[in-house]
Design a binder for this molecule. Structure first.
Ligand code: NAI
Ligand code: MG
Length: 356
């Protein structure tokens, strides 16, 4: 099989982890007889420095002409003071919108070998297997107006939480479809006791549920969900929620695995190409030191093999290799503990490749 992948390394550790993930894809190509080719695009702070925009048109074109997109991360303190339209995150938000990536899938699995890396008790996180489905192109992060205003003579500010019903329908439907092939339960998270948008979300979830009699639907308020996520995460299978709630809850869910550096994601659209990225940011505190954990990005590549290319065996080969490497005791610093073999980013990538 021949596939062309657009790679947007971005800033900070984004460059280090995407480099590693590409090497893993090459190793998969060699073992299974596929040809993966790569083109590189600019996004984020580096793009602002070089081209004066966080998302150049060439990058958008590159992505639209690819079979899948691999993204690292964007941002860093260097660009924090820029005007809003030049901020690195604008690049990320814009590529999501341009590719119409309406759903972000964030699986959180339990790794028995990492039980010691989570601050939570083993009994709580054991066998956790949840899939967060986060709406990605609507809600507070995109609503207009979003600006400083003056109200009654004082400085004020407005952000807008806007959704069209169809935007809710498609992401909630996707969650139900995914639940069908899992344990058959969807938890829809909202704040329906307070927000009108959440009341509509809940109605839509009820409507969609009628088409899926084989899937159970449960509603949960977001504040309770945040608590349940660390108190009893095993109750969850598929969790579906709007953009900002999903952003927050999925970072929280990363604690179940032990590190942000372990969590992959896939962002999908109706037509493709899909975009794959680790859920973590550019980690300026550790950038350039070759100590970042590349596994979130490597696991994102496994999702790419499965969801974009239909290469299930190859996806499993990546996931199995990650598991074996962890079982053999190799650890980057974020998941390290006494008695384990501490490795750098590049050494971790070498271990995964060798195992493949
Ligand atoms: P972050 O996710 O970059 O880092 C949070 C903490 O986790 C840091 O201590 C970092 O060292 C650690 N960490 C993250 N990924 C790791 C990895 N792979 N291996 C080892 N340790 C890892 O979030 P933070 O610090 O809030 O934001 C840093 C910058 O990243 C900001 O400019 C922010 O806007 C941006 N950001 C970008 C995202 C993206 O591109 N998708 C997502 C989140 C933040
Ligand atoms: Mg986030």
């Amino acid at each position: 099989m021949k596939k062309h992948i657009a790679v947007l390394p971005g800033d900070g550790i984004g460059k280090e982890v995407t480099r590693g993930a590409i090497e893993v894809l090459r190793a998969i190509g060699e073992r299974f007889g596929h040809h993966f080719s790569f083109s590189y695009g600019e996004i984020g702070g580096g793009a602002v420095d070089e081209l004066g925009t966080p998302l150049p048109d060439e990058t958008i074109e590159l992505c639209k002409n690819s079979d899948a997109v691999l993204l690292g991360a964007v941002g860093g303190p260097k660009w924090d003071r820029l005007p809003v339209h030049l901020r690195p995150e604008k690049g990320l938000l814009k590529i999501r919108k341009e590719l119409d990536l309406y759903a972000n899938l964030r699986p959180t699995n339990y790794y028995s070998s990492l039980a010691d890396a989570s601050p939570l008790k083993k009994e709580i996180i054991e066998e956790v297997d949840l899939l967060m489905v986060r709406e990605l192109t609507g809600g507070l992060y995109f609503g207009k107006p979003s600006e400083r205003v003056e109200r009654d003579g004082s400085d004020a500010v407005v952000d807008t939480l806007f959704y069209q019903k169809e935007e809710m329908v498609r992401v909630i439907k996707l969650a139900f479809e995914l639940a069908r092939n899992r344990s058959g339960k969807v938890t829809s998270v909202d704040k329906a006791n307070v927000l009108e948008s959440s009341r509509m979300w809940r109605e839509v979830a009820e409507e969609v549920a009628k088409e899926f009699p084989d899937v159970a639907l449960e509603h949960m308020l977001v504040d309770n969900a945040a608590m349940q996520m660390v108190r009893n995460p095993k109750q969850f299978d598929v969790v579906v929620t709007e953009n900002m709630f999903g952003d927050i809850l999925s970072d929280e869910a990363s604690v179940l695995t032990g590190s942000l550096g372990m969590l992959p994601s896939a962002s999908i659209s109706e037509k493709g190409p899909y975009l794959y990225e680790p859920i973590h940011g550019s980690a300026p505190d550790i950038a350039g030191q070759n100590i970042a954990n590349p596994l979130a990005t490597i696991l994102s590549v496994a999702m790419m093999l499965r969801l974009s290319f239909g290469l299930e065996k190859e996806a499993e080969a990546v996931e199995t290799a990650v598991n074996e490497v962890l079982n053999s005791g190799f650890r980057t610093r974020d998941i390290g503990s006494p008695g384990k073999k501490m490795v750098t980013t590049t050494e971790m990538v070498e271990e995964v490749k060798a195992t493949i």
